[in-house]
Design a protein around this ligand. Structure first.
Ligand code: AHN
Ligand code: ZN
Length: 335
């Protein structure tokens, strides 16, 4: 069974089994800041602490206290940075019928600006270490330092920077829930492995955006952006629907000296939250994901194992990704 799943939109359209019902609440806070076009310096120590902080809550698996506490923290941080925060709470349904109390957390900066960029990552963690070399670990949850916390930690640091020094464009930061509750390897005979058991929070948002008719010029998804020796190839679905933005991001990385991570070559296709964004809203969205198409597995060796812990997180990789995204956000004026 290959983990490299390439899906064209036509194949997955409306097949995602949206089962949630939800509500969206929007408290109003908006701060006016002087816009700038110079990217601030991404503080990798700060981003690292945000990754660590999430891990300190324990597993961020829906229906657990750690998940609830971490969600509250993420929402409070976005508010502290001056974002208008929307919380989408919904009950989603896992592959095995388990109701998942889930929450998408959205922080909008400069909400009145109709020129917007969407930045996103999933904040939940996988309830299973089903790729662990030791079968005794397959049903255990994992820390998700890379798979989950790295993308969110990077975006929290970006949000903190935007809060002090506003870019010209409006920015929406979305933390998607219930990305990683897809069918575990050990239950695939019973349940199959449909792509629509993954990315439940983003699929919900795609059909019910926090603002009706929500639009952004493009989106960037960060997924597993913190591990040592990360490689970011140009992911297939991203290239199909957002090629010009992929090229812009990779070129920005190269210009900043991060070409060793952002490989200028096409990679495989990955089922991920960007697909739900594209499908649901038509917004071109790309995925910066640590996935090596030249290996059998594609995902790196710590993926969905107990090894996905703080020991794997490399500040230099967080810096490469964070500074690149800031470069893209602040580099945009009216192009
Ligand atoms: C699948 O394994 C089908 N998609 C990978 C998306 C993912 C999982 N990203 C992080 N964890
Ligand atoms: Zn995962």
């Amino acid at each position: 069974m290959t983990k490299l799943i390439v899906l064209l939109l036509s194949m997955t359209l409306l097949s995602c089994g949206q089962k949630g019902v939800g509500k969206t609440a929007a408290p109003a806070t908006e701060t006016k800041k002087v816009p700038t076009t110079t990217a601030p310096s991404f503080d990798a120590d700060s981003a690292y602490r945000y990754v660590e902080k999430q891990v300190s809550f324990g597993y961020r698996v829906p229906n657990t206290p750690g998940h609830k506490a971490c969600g509250d923290y993420l929402s409070a941080e976005l508010k502290r940075f001056g974002a208008q925060v929307y919380e989408q709470e919904m009950t989603l349904t896992a592959y095995d019928g388990t109701p998942l109390e889930s929450r998408n957390i959205i922080g909008s900066f400069n909400p009145g600006n109709d020129r917007r960029i969407l930045l996103c990552a999933h904040w939940d963690t996988r309830p299973y270490s089903d790729q662990d070399p030791d079968p005794a670990n397959h049903r255990k949850p994992l820390d998700g330092a890379d798979d989950g916390a790295s993308g969110v930690g990077t975006l929290l640091e970006i949000a903190r920077q935007i809060g002090t020094k506003a870019p010209r464009m409006g920015v929406d930061i979305i933390f998607f829930d219930a990305e990683d509750y897809g069918v575990p390897e050990f239950a695939r005979e019973q349940y199959g492995n449909s792509s629509n058991t993954w990315c439940l929070g983003s699929r919900f948002w795609g059909k019910n955006p926090h603002k009706p008719g929500y639009k952004a010029e493009f989106g960037i998804l960060l997924d597993m952006v913190g591990a040592k020796d990360a490689v970011f190839y140009k992911e297939f679905i991203s290239m199909r629907y957002a090629a010009r933005y992929v090229d812009e991001v990779w070129e920005t990385a190269r210009n900043l000296g991060y070409g060793k991570y952002f490989i200028n070559a096409n990679g495989g296709g990955v089922t991920d939250d960007h697909e739900a964004v594209i499908e649901g809203t038509g917004i071109p969205c790309l995925d910066i994901i640590n996935y090596d198409p030249h290996t059998d597995e594609g995902f790196r060796s710590h993926w969905h194992t107990q090894g996905d812990n703080m020991g794997n997180i490399d500040k230099e990789v967080l810096k490469a990704v964070g500074q690149t995204v800031l470069g893209v956000v602040y580099g945009r004026i009216d192009n």
